[in-house]
Write a protein that binds this ligand. Structure first.
Ligand SMILES: [Ca+2]
Length: 499
């Protein structure tokens, strides 16, 4: 069964309380962090890359004089692995999240022995809010966002949910039919998860907006301990097993008609709808920045924008000029558009060409809080480099992924791929490919035959790394999690003993 999701985003809001000194004054002013992770954004899918698209707010942020634009920023090839790497600071193969994504009704989650970034931020007196997509396991209480370091969560747990009806439809092999259920929940502080049926018909970027923005402002101004925050998310799903691609695409790509006018120059009709969805996301981010400014919080906030994996070309996305797409370890599945904007902290704007990997966020964000840290897990602290363009630490290599179906590592100029680039083919099981990414970023020429020494060196590196391979934590689906048992929603609390 294949599946895909389309642009949604995750908002991670980390707000610093401030520590009162003896006079009751705030002694330290640490930055707030607003981390925005788009879902399945193609490498080419911003208007400064494809001028027929319309993403003016993101463009303004990306090319602001106080923005570091990371031109060699990498993630994993799918949602769960990337989000797991972001939260834990470890490569998915070290955590057990290297093999595909967690599905609805799957009794699995990221092992709780790995502390999440949100848990560590809490230790540093930050309040932590998450809005949008979770996708790190939900079947039991221990896996829920508010039990993994978040004070508040509003969004969905699984790989996808409808943009308007917030319902996730999943084909179940045993039942031989599609199971439907709401995936939109609110959690406040204690792992209590409440389904929100009230948003049926409201597009994701508008869902509960006014109340949530009000609360958002309230939170910032008063540093309230019972906050809520803004909701911005879109998602979609497709089942090519059951539906032909054309119909499915129509089911998937959804945006209110009011966005059509921004995308009239896009010729392909799927990409035209996709373009509207990008604009809806862009406008939502624009509104968020306006709210930050109105609340006098903009100056002291570090805003990060990135994506969790590449786009899917069948559904309107483009990763041009890169090779491959979502769910492949080609550059098109793993290289993202990433920038860091902060008027107060990013002193020198412009390109940052050094390699950055999603595992680096953990150490980097801890460093933004003022913590002295060189590395965390598999990641290194790149805050100094982002801020000043002068690296304190340099990344020379990273792991694209290590999994049964295929693996890839990067070492300096070179990328070695062993096995399949995706989970579909089996014919490449023992194939070895080598590319010189620095001069061949589109992976057009396999140079493995002419460079046996480099291949051997990188193969031996890969073998070393494989010693740390964690068993895949994914599990077969379980009807214990069927929404038919939970009044029509993909609720939690059903897999104790199974995961
Ligand atoms: Ca994704």
């Amino acid at each position: 069964m294949k599946r895909t999701t389309l642009p949604i985003f995750l908002l991670l809001l980390l707000h610093y309380y401030g520590i009162a000194d003896v006079d009751g004054q705030t002694a330290t002013q640490k930055p707030n962090v607003l981390f925005i992770m788009a879902d399945d954004l193609g490498f080419n899918d911003l208007d400064w890359k494809d001028s027929t698209l319309h993403t003016p707010n993101l463009r303004n942020l990306a090319f602001h004089k106080n923005t570091a634009l990371m031109t060699n920023s990498y993630v994993n090839q799918l949602c769960t692995p990337t989000r797991s790497a972001f939260m834990t600071g470890y490569y998915p193969f070290r955590v057990g999240t290297q093999a595909g994504v967690f599905l609805h009704m799957e009794p699995a989650g990221v092992p709780t022995m790995f502390p999440f970034l949100s848990e560590n931020m809490r230790q540093l007196d930050y309040s932590t809010y998450l809005v949008g997509k979770w996708h790190l396991g939900y079947c039991k209480k221990e896996f829920l966002p508010t039990n993994r370091g978040f004070d508040y969560f509003y969004g969905f747990y699984g790989p996808q949910t409808g943009y308007f009806n917030h319902s996730a439809d999943q084909y179940h092999r045993e039942l031989k039919r599609v199971v439907k259920g709401l995936d939109l929940f609110e959690e406040v502080g204690n792992g209590k998860s409440v389904p929100d049926f009230s948003q049926n018909g409201v597009y994701s970027t508008r869902s509960r907006q006014s109340q949530l923005y009000q609360a958002f402002l309230h939170v910032f101004i008063l540093s309230s301990s019972t906050p809520t925050t803004s909701s911005e998310s879109h998602v979609s799903t497709i089942y090519p097993d059951q539906i032909n691609t054309k119909i499915a695409t129509n089911l998937i790509l959804k945006v209110p008609r009011s966005y059509d006018k921004y995308c009239t120059r896009v010729k392909n009709r799927y990409r035209r709808i996709y373009c509207g969805m990008l604009t809806a996301m862009d406008f939502a981010i624009g509104r968020l920045v306006e709210y930050l400014k109105a609340a006098n919080l903009y100056e002291n906030t570090v805003i990060v924008f990135t994506s969790d994996n590449g786009g899917t070309s069948n559904f309107g996305a483009s990763n041009a000029p890169l090779r491959g797409e979502k769910d492949t370890i080609w550059e098109g599945g793993t290289k993202t558009t990433t920038f860091v904007h902060s008027p107060m902290y990013v002193e020198e704007g412009g390109n940052r060409e050094m390699m950055f990997h999603v595992v680096d966020w953990h150490a980097t964000i801890l460093s933004i809080t003022g913590l002295e840290v060189d590395s965390y897990g598999d990641g290194i602290n790149q805050w100094e480099y982002i801020r000043t363009n002068r690296p304190k630490f340099r990344r020379f290599q990273f792991v694209y992924n290590i999994a049964d179906h295929g693996s890839a590592i990067r070492d300096g100029d070179y990328k070695l791929i062993v096995g399949n680039v995706d989970r579909k083919m089996s014919k490449d099981k023992n194939r070895t490919r080598l590319f010189r990414i620095s001069t061949d970023p589109t992976e057009s020429k396999d140079i493995s035959r002419n460079n046996p020494k480099i291949v051997r060196r990188l193969l031996s590196k890969l073998d070393q790394l494989k010693k740390f391979l964690h068993k895949n934590v994914r599990k077969p689906l379980s009807l214990s999690g069927s929404p038919e048992r939970f009044n029509g929603s993909y609720s939690s609390f059903w897999c104790d003993g199974q995961a």
